[in-house]
Design a protein around this ligand. Sequence first.
Ligand SMILES: Nc1ncnc2c1ncn2[C@@H]1O[C@H](COP(=O)(O)OP(=O)(O)OP(=O)(O)O)[C@@H](O)[C@H]1O
Ligand code: SF4
Ligand SMILES: [Mg+2]
Length: 349
Amino acid sequence: MMDATGAPGDAAAPARTDAADTALLDVRDLRVEFRTRDGIARAVNGVSYTVAPGQTLAVLGESGSGKSVTAQAVMGILDSPPGYVTGGEIVFQGRDLLTLRGEERRKVRGAKMAMIFQDALSALNPVLSVGAQLGEMFQVHEGTSRKAARGRAVELMERVGIPAARARVGDYPHQFSGGMRQRIMIAMALALGPDLIIADEPTTALDVTVQAQVMDLLAELQRERTMGLILITHDLGVVADVADTIAVMYAGRIVETAPVHQLYRAPAHPYTRGLLDSIPRLDHKGQRLYAIKGLPPSPAAIPPGCPFHPRCPLAQDICRTDPPPPLYEAGPGRASACHFWKETLDGAR
Ligand SMILES: Nc1ncnc2c1ncn2[C@@H]1O[C@H](COP(=O)(O)OP(=O)(O)OP(=O)(O)O)[C@@H](O)[C@H]1O
Ligand code: SF4
Ligand SMILES: [Mg+2]
């Protein structure tokens, strides 16, 4: 069971939930800012979520909403300076990762959690064969001999569906298609048997059919190994079949969280409603798609009150004044950071 709780912008820490007690990962009131010459960009403003073993949390939101920065903070790969974690906890398997230093932190990152990026070509080393890169993981982390490491690299390549893996283990990244390269990156992420995978737009660069294949593979491996998966995406269509829970981000906050099918059926936040109305649907052929007016705010100038109010068709006076709406409980396992979540939910039904 996963849940995302906590009132964004609230100084008080949110109450602990049962989900948090059994969680693999429990992110609590996380805050990240970038200190640049142009000022302070508040990229993450009190994000809380939990992921249990074997569960998939999809994180959704427009460009710049803080999806990747949250993930980078969890992985411990935040670009620092200029990025700093200024508050919160990242409890992974019972330990707050923010209290770990140097080698200890690297150990967790290497073996227990792994990240898959959008662009496999820049994530893989261009001058090493894929077999050497995969094998190196076993040699360095597990002291496996070179020959045995190569054998395990072939096994992994087979598992992620690379045809003729034995013959291709000596090939270089650029010799593979985009979809195959993405499979290799998944193999790299899986190599050391992590408990948590964070996939940041893992299929965005691929064409639609290949996207579906790679997503299916990821979901299958995640089930097989009971890993937690955080799936970051722009694309609501991609997550419908694979995610258990969705957290929608806006201006560095989670504005809605819900079990995936409930969120699709009836969103409880006007922003989620706008996102849903802007995806093409087969049953609404020919209908003009809705687009949310305006642009998301810069993290250096987040509007007071509800950060979505300048774009929200339902905004009232209360929406323009601080503090921002807390995450109201909007049903079992559901929360919405909208003063008018009930009206939104009723309107969607
Ligand atoms: N290295 C950096 N230096 C300064 N600001 C940064 C840096 N990385 C991210 N930011 C700021 O943090 C905000 C959130 O960025 P993030 O990459 O998390 O967005 P995102 O939700 O992943 O968007 P996308 O869908 O485009 O990947 C951005 O608006 C950006 O201004
Ligand atoms: S709090 Fe107000 S502005 Fe924000 S989403 Fe709800 S109705 Fe819109
Ligand atoms: Mg991103």
